[in-house]
Design a binder for this molecule. Structure first.
Ligand SMILES: Nc1ncnc2c1ncn2[C@@H]1O[C@H](COP(=O)(O)OP(=O)(O)OP(=O)(O)O)[C@@H](O)[C@H]1O
Length: 471
């Protein structure tokens, strides 16, 4: 009988003819076939699947819940909903399989189980897609790992170098702050190690295994600060932010949020921040709902907050909320006995980073450095040392190596000798001098320095980064 004859006599004949052929074919091409009953317990498994799962006797699996052996299986969902999942990708170890899942029904149409087929080897035309999928998954896992690493603090309390009485006191207070879960306020001029200490407190606290997230209120334009802090709900904006964005508070959930330059925060954001601190919840832009967050705040500022409060630039209620436990970091000029240890550790790091020979610092150089007043504190010291290393070939750095590098050491004659410079270099040098002078005049306070220079805080930050006055 040929097919035309079969269909003419019995239109349902195709089903009867095709079903066994289809099942036989599926069994041949499938890497694995598995069936479950109405309670998603394994009732049958073919040899290939058994082998893939590392078993030789099906009895070990039969009657057990499917998830005991295939944790991400969706067969229970198929049984519960009666809906097939015709095409899906399932990761299995380092391989990815194409999976089809079908419900099984009795004659009355009642769901009595489900069957799943895994296809891999025979699907040559899908191979490029599958390898791309596996590669993207690996990349995602690697990116997540790196992101986690970036959110881990780089510093511990041992990173805060210095054994002067002032430094020992800072470390004692930081150790105490790490044991308590309260808000901490770090006060000190620029470059005195506030961020380093914030990371070190986090790393020694019970939150150490969670994220440390830093936000610099002065470096972010006012219009973006709110989104940066509290996030944006999906669909709140069109364009780049259409999919929504997590705010720093959410990212720091369970961990620590470091609010750098908190004194530069606009009043409107101060009010919102105060609410978050009081309620421990945030409202992403456009979300119309609040999310609970558990975040420890470490705030830092290089400006005199009390003065800002008096001038009405900083909310007093927020100031009291932040100022639960404050630590004042001493400027470098007040702890010159730490200079040697700071130079040693910085030179060690320069050597590691650049691969250049390790330099030593001599007593004459230390005396020269101690005479300078370091408006940029340890950050400036590190930059000065790096320049000295680049300019000198000798193994030991002496006072003269700093003569042209330290601003005060530039005599008029030396200045004339250096007067003819390419214009871009001369402009950069003039900018650098103006900025260093402004920072010194403002006692290291960036907002005040920016005002003196007649530029915005954001521009000052850009220039500091360009001129490598900041790391
Ligand atoms: N006591 C210290 N020991 C070792 N390194 C230090 C110390 N203090 C600061 N540094 C280094 O100086 C640089 C500036 O430190 P940090 O960024 O923590 O300062 P900051 O007070 O937060 O500055 P800013 O107010 O400008 O943000 C960093 O490279 C940091 O590692």
């Amino acid at each position: 009988m040929d097919l035309t004859e079969l269909f003419t006599q019995n239109p349902d004949g195709l089903k009867h003819l095709a079903t066994p052929a289809l099942l036989q074919r599926l069994d041949d091409i499938c890497e694995g076939t598995i069936a479950v009953d109405a309670r998603a317990r394994i009732v049958w498994i073919n040899k290939k699947y058994l082998h893939m799962l590392g078993y030789s006797d099906p009895q070990a699996l039969l009657g057990h819940d499917i998830e005991e052996f295939i944790p991400h299986s969706l067969l229970r969902q198929v049984v519960n909903t009666g809906e097939p999942i015709l095409l899906d990708l399932m990761a299995f170890g380092s391989e990815t399989f194409v999976v089809s899942r079908l419900p099984l029904t009795d004659r009355a149409g009642k769901i009595i189980g489900a069957v799943g087929f895994c296809l891999y080897e025979k699907l040559h035309h899908l191979k490029p897609l599958l390898s791309k999928f596996s590669r993207l998954q690996q990349e995602l896992a690697e990116t997540r790992r790196q992101l986690g690493e970036n959110r881990r603090p780089r510093y511990t309390l041992a990173s805060y170098v210095g054994n002067s009485p002032a430094s020992l006191e800072v470390k004692r207070q930081a150790r105490r702050a790490a044991q308590l879960d309260t808000t901490v306020l770090l006060l000190g001029e620029t470059g005195t190690g506030k961020e380093l200490l914030a990371q070190a407190i986090h790393a020694s606290s019970d939150r150490a295994s969670q994220s440390f997230i830093a936000v610099n209120a002065a470096a972010i334009p006012e219009s973006l600060l709110e989104a940066e802090f509290f996030g944006v709900a999906p669909g709140a904006y069109t364009g780049a932010d259409k999919r929504g964005r997590e705010g720093k508070f959410k990212l720091a959930h369970g961990g620590t949020l470091f609010l750098d330059e908190v004194g530069d925060m606009p009043l409107q954001i101060q009010a919102k921040l105060l609410r978050v601190l009081q309620e421990q919840e945030i409202e992403p832009l456009g979300a119309n709902k609040v999310i609970k967050v558990d975040v420890r705040i470490i705030a830092a500022t290089s400006i005199a907050l009390q003065e800002s409060v008096a001038r009405g630039r900083f909310r007093s209620d927020l100031y009291y909320r932040l100022n639960v436990l404050s630590i004042t970091l001493p400027p470098l000029r007040d702890r010159s006995s730490d200079l040697e240890a700071l130079c040693d550790s910085a030179l060690e790091q320069i050597n590691e980073r650049t691969g250049m020979p390790r330099r030593e610092i001599t007593q004459s150089a230390l005396q020269r450095l101690a005479a300078y007043d370091w408006p940029g504190n340890v950050r400036e010291l590190r930059n000065v040392l790096e320049k000295a290393v680049l300019h000198s070939d000798s193994k030991r750095l002496v006072a003269e190596d700093f003569a042209t590098i330290l601003p005060q050491a530039t005599t008029q004659l030396q200045a004339l000798a250096h007067a003819v410079l390419p214009l871009s270099q001369a402009v950069a040098e003039a900018e650098r001098k103006a900025i260093v002078a402004a920072l010194r005049a403002a006692g290291g306070k960036k907002t005040a320095a920016a005002q003196l220079l007649g530029i915005s805080r954001a521009t000052l930050y850009e220039k500091l980064a360009q001129l490598k006055l900041q790391d």
